[in-house]
Unconditional design. Structure first.
Lengths: 294, 294
């Protein structure tokens, strides 16, 4: 039997695309919110002995946890052979340590809750800072795919004479990876502290061709503070208005306003989070990985 | 050491009152919502080897589940001897059956998730229709307290010559219980079907004193459709404008408007859900039960 792909809003289009690539059936659900705030959910496609894939991107995660549980657990109760949870964007990965006494370490708590809901988890470019592998965080097999190749392809196909730029030296390896696949040069910003009130920011590689089109690349655009600051610095260093490319486009708060104010002349993200800038389709990579997966 | 009572919004005042009755310390938390919708939580009071009580009324439940997990799990990680979860109002108890194929049976799924978060659960007047005991639903000891005595006391102390009225014959036992403790007479509405288009509604006890003050009692006011309909019928049967008394005042959607339109002249609920009508304090009953509990 063909696999069955269900989606929680707003991942319907991602699920459509994924089902197409997997030659899977798109499962139908009925989702209703009562006036008292409770959610009701009904699976309209039979799950009996089928492989079920549930797609739920976890922007604004708190209100999604219970509907997600209703969906995955009901699929299990109704006989699904396996439930594979796809969270194209996975939330709560940043709080990976008790920075101050008493703080909740939300990455582990969230991962433990998700682990109860499915047999495996698939995501893209999870923010793993102090966690060596996403598998250490989940009680189920978890797979962290990298959208870099899809970003590289998009840049190679759409930007004339690109120069890839990362916001800081930490981003060097990732930016280099995207740049090499795109066949483009790259640099990152370097901060040098010359005293309490004297921080100089320069291009790590001073010899780059400043007539090229700068392409800022990052894993995530959330409030866009980093991206906007980097765009401003580039222009003060004499480069052109940059294009911004990222895996996850959250655009929290006034992010778009900040990017426009900083002169970013084009914004493109992958479709892990839907929206008007989600031009880069990562479902081909995901379908391949799911097909190859155990 | 004295027990420690934490609260999730909007249960702060309930927790204050409970802590007072238990001679417990009110634990402090810092709760923050990031622009991307993630929650951060910090316990500002030390939990080490202490008995921790977490109060979280579960109106609008979906967005509360993760903050609740952050609170209870962090208390455990930081050495709480025991975590007792108090949900004065417990959501998701109505969907207790797969009414139509494919429906999520949310009462069990929700109860299972809550069972992961604490060592025991305490609530008031959970809506248990097809579930014999709340203990059957949870994997941890669960206690369903009844606010009826507090409602009876309030009615006896505040309403002159009351006549208690239940909305239907199903409510008979509960209404009778509240009435007897209040030392007041009671009746319920009876529907008699005389054909497809002929339903007659009467007072089950035709001999009640119609000059008394009708007091509609119910376990919950959600959208208030039942309560408003009952109020209308009573007045068409020649009774006075009723007072409405309930355990849980959710007032979903336009409930207040519907009650006022139906001529309800006073609304009073317990404080399981906070709000302007939450006059009846159930924390004395709860404190006694927690003290007596295992």
């Amino acid at each position: 039997m063909r696999p069955l792909v269900f989606a929680l809003p707003p991942s319907e289009r991602f699920a459509d695309a994924l089902a197409g690539k997997l030659d899977a059936e798109r499962g139908k659900i009925e989702l209703h919110r009562f006036p008292d705030g409770e959610t009701s959910l009904r699976l309209l496609t039979d799950c009996q002995e089928r492989e079920v894939i549930v797609v739920a991107t976890l922007i604004d995660p708190d209100p999604k946890l219970l509907p997600l549980a209703l969906l995955t657990q009901t699929a299990r109760e109704l006989g699904a052979a396996r439930v594979r949870l796809v969270t194209p964007y996975l939330a709560y990965m940043r709080q990976d340590k008790r920075f101050r006494p008493g703080e909740a370490v939300s990455n582990r708590i969230f991962a433990r809750m998700l682990s109860e809901l499915a047999d495996e988890l698939w995501t893209f470019d999870a923010h793993l800072h102090r966690v060596a592998s996403i598998d250490d965080l989940f009680d189920i097999p978890a797979h962290n795919l990298h959208a870099a190749p899809a970003l590289s392809d998009w840049i190679a196909n759409n930007i004339d004479r690109p120069l890839l730029v990362g916001p800081d030296e930490e981003s060097q390896q990732w930016v280099q990876d995207v740049a090499e696949r795109a066949g483009a040069p790259f640099t990152v910003l370097r901060k040098e502290r010359h005293g309490d009130y004297d921080v100089r920011i320069t291009l790590a590689d001073p010899n780059v061709d400043r007539t090229r089109q700068p392409v800022l690349v990052d894993d995530i655009i959330s409030t866009a503070r980093t991206m906007a600051e980097t765009a401003n610095i580039l222009q003060s260093l004499g480069l052109r208005a940059p294009v911004a490319v990222a895996v996850h486009g959250l655009f929290a708060g006034d992010a778009l306003h900040a990017l426009r104010k900083a002169g970013v002349n084009r914004i493109v993200t992958s479709n892990t989070v839907p929206g008007p800038f989600a031009e880069i389709d990562v479902t081909p990579m995901l379908a391949e990985a799911l097909d190859a997966g155990p």
